[in-house]
Design a protein around this ligand. Structure first.
Ligand code: CTP
Ligand code: CA
Length: 232
């Protein structure tokens, strides 16, 4: 982060970033998790501070807290929801880089599940987690999140027989009701029959910015540029 050459274009803004995966408890020693490292969200938080923002980072990631960032620790999707909605009440922008578990175990065992006598452990039944981004959109509609608050989602998509990465991204943007959606292409896009590793920043206004494959710091810069542009 070369402070000298960065624009000071987020001064006076409170930006909430969510980062990393959630952990959904099975028993006191086990959880369901995912591979999200939190690097993209942490890069966004660090860069937003360097461009003048006040930043709240809601995260479970095992990464150092970037300087001058207020970190709020969470584990489960429900904790992430509560802390994100709390922070969003005073936010100008919420950027949802966290990989939220879609499901959690319906029942959390109070004691450790043990091997041994008799039957194998029962199946782990799952239930749906709340959709935090959809809840933010709804909270904004009710005025619990400022009407002017910009909501930014992320989506990792693969192309398939029914739609390309871009088409899946457009559909998700419409479904989620957020203002910007950062679409990352993962794997091969079978619809166009070619690899292209970049992604798009989709704007609910209809704008679509192609982003070439780049480091998480560079992508963070592009995302914040889109936030500044959209906030004008
Ligand atoms: N998200 C969320 N709450 C959830 C799931 C996802 O807030 N329970 C957010 C993510 O943080 C991300 C965006 O929604 O910013 C898109 O996540 P994604 O998993 O791609 O969307 P889903 O609606 O869960 O769709 P899919 O069925 O493709 O997983
Ligand atoms: Ca999901």
């Amino acid at each position: 982060l070369d402070g000298g050459s960065l624009p000071w274009d987020l001064a006076g803004k409170h930006i909430v970033v969510t980062s990393g995966g959630t952990r959904e408890e099975i028993d006191p020693v086990r959880f369901l998790g995912n591979r999200s490292s939190g690097k993209q969200g942490h890069a966004l938080a660090a860069l937003a501070v360097a461009r003048g923002a006040e930043v709240t980072l809601v995260t479970s990631a095992d990464l150092p807290t970037p300087p001058a960032v207020t970190e709020v620790r969470i584990e489960s999707a429900r904790e992430l929801r509560e802390e994100t909605l709390r922070a969003a009440a005073t936010a100008d922008v919420v950027i949802k880089a966290a990989a939220v578990a879609d499901f959690r175990p319906s029942h959390v065992s109070e004691s450790k599940l043990k091997k041994g006598t008799g039957a194998e452990p029962a199946e782990i039944r799952l239930e749906r987690n709340p959709d935090i981004l959809a809840d933010l959109v709804a909270a904004r509609g009710r005025g619990e999140v400022p009407t002017s608050c910009l909501l930014v989602g992320f989506a990792a998509e693969t192309g398939d027989a029914s739609a390309s990465v871009l088409e899946h991204g457009r559909a998700k943007l419409a479904r989620k009701g957020c203002d910007l959606l950062v679409v990352n292409e993962v794997g091969r896009d079978t619809t166009f029959g070619r690899d292209h590793n970049g992604g798009w920043i989709l704007d609910s206004d209809g704008g679509e910015t192609l982003v070439d494959r780049a480091s998480k710091d560079i992508l963070a810069g592009r995302i914040l540029d889109a936030v500044v542009e959209r906030s004008r």
